[in-house]
Design a binder for this molecule. Structure first.
Ligand code: ZN
Length: 97
C-alpha cells in the first residue's frame, strides 16, 4: 500500500500522519486505508490500529514523530481514504474542520 513500505525494527509499519487536532493525531491506517485518531499525549510510538474490521496481519503500527507530517503527502492520503468510502473514522476528521 502506498507509503507503507517502511517497517521499524520490530516489523511494525510506520504510519503516516494526516493531521492534528488539539489533543489528537490523525493517522492514515496501513491496514484498512482509513483515518484513525490517537491521543497526542501517547506521543510517537506503537499503537493498536483501531480498524473496524481488523485483518489477521494487523499488529498495530508506529505513529511517527510529529515533525514528519507532510501536508502534501497528507492531502494525497486523505484523498485515498475518501475514495475508500468507508467513513468510519473519517467522519470524525471532517467534524474538526
Ligand atoms: Zn485501520
Amino acid at each position: 500500500m502506498k507509503g507503507y513500505e517502511i517497517m521499524d525494527k520490530k516489523g511494525y509499519p510506520i504510519a503516516k500522519i494526516v493531521g492534528f487536532s488539539e489533543h489528537q493525531v490523525f493517522i492514515y491506517c496501513p491496514y484498512c486505508g482509513q483515518v484513525h485518531y490517537h491521543g497526542k499525549a501517547a506521543g510517537p510510538g506503537h499503537v493498536a490500529s483501531h480498524c473496524l474490521n481488523p485483518i489477521p496481519e494487523d499488529v498495530g503500527y508506529m505513529i511517527p514523530n510529529f515533525d514528519t507530517y507532510d501536508p502534501v503527502e497528507a492531502a494525497e492520503l486523505e484523498n485515498l481514504a475518501k475514495k475508500a468510502k468507508r467513513k468510519a473514522s473519517w467522519i470524525r476528521m471532517e467534524e474538526i474542520r
